[in-house]
Design a protein around this ligand. Structure first.
Ligand SMILES: [Zn+2]
Length: 218
């Protein structure tokens, strides 16, 4: 299992990003990925969205490109499982997870948090732990009506520029979500500001994760 720091390693980090719907990855860890994509050697990314149909598929592709830049390459894999019905499609989604695991061996996996009250998000989180057992798994948070934000225990400080770029990308790319009352600059910047306060981030912004198992290699 990957530890906290890979000092001296020149190998490319392999990063798997999993999101139930278009925009989940960007909301949950867009700032972290914006910064990660600029590290050297450039990480190799795989970006999987489990329900992305029609206009939402186009948004998923554009969102990944905005966050990863040149690193997006052919990283994006889109599925068309029915939005809101993941528990009923569990077996098929589990099979698709196995294919992801065969094709891509990640060091880090970003996924939904286990306590997320959205049923699709929970299925993705559960299958992440079911499938990937030798990776650092970081569970991101999605603000929503349920009010299910918990007590994260792992923080990634995000620069002021990355926080602004993530927010702008969300508002620019996801036209299908703009009519939702919560999909706003205040929501995204506000949550990152609170998490930044909690970890005393230099620029005041951060993204927070639930990390259930971390190894410190000495
Ligand atoms: Zn979602």
């Amino acid at each position: 299992m990957l530890g906290l720091k890979r000092t001296g390693s020149s190998a490319r980090l392999r990063v798997l990003c999993l999101g139930a719907h278009s925009d989940d990855i960007e909301i949950g860890c867009g700032g972290t990925l914006l910064q990660l994509a600029k590290t050297r050697p450039r990480p190799e990314f795989r970006w999987v969205v489990w329900s992305a149909v029609g206009a939402r598929a186009t948004e998923a592709q554009r969102g990944a490109r905005r966050i990863l830049g040149p690193s997006a390459g052919d990283a994006v894999r889109l599925h068309e499982f029915r939005d809101g019905y993941f528990p009923a499609e569990f077996a098929a989604i589990k099979d698709a997870f196995e294919i992801v695991a065969r094709e891509f061996k990640p060091d880090i996996v970003f996924t939904h948090t286990r306590e997320d009250r959205h049923q699709d998000h929970r299925v993705v989180s559960d299958l992440t732990w079911n499938t990937f057992r030798n990776q650092l798994i970081l569970e991101y948070e999605i603000p929503k009506w349920y009010g299910d934000l918990g007590l994260p225990n792992f923080y990634v400080p995000v620069s002021r520029r990355a926080a602004a770029n993530k927010t702008k990308a969300l508002l620019d790319v996801f036209g299908s979500q703009r009519s939702k009352d919560w999909f706003s600059e205040e929501t995204f910047l506000g949550l990152m500001r609170l998490r930044g306060m909690e970890c005393r981030a230099t620029d005041g912004y951060a993204e927070a994760f639930h990390a259930r198992k971390i190894i410190l290699p000495l």
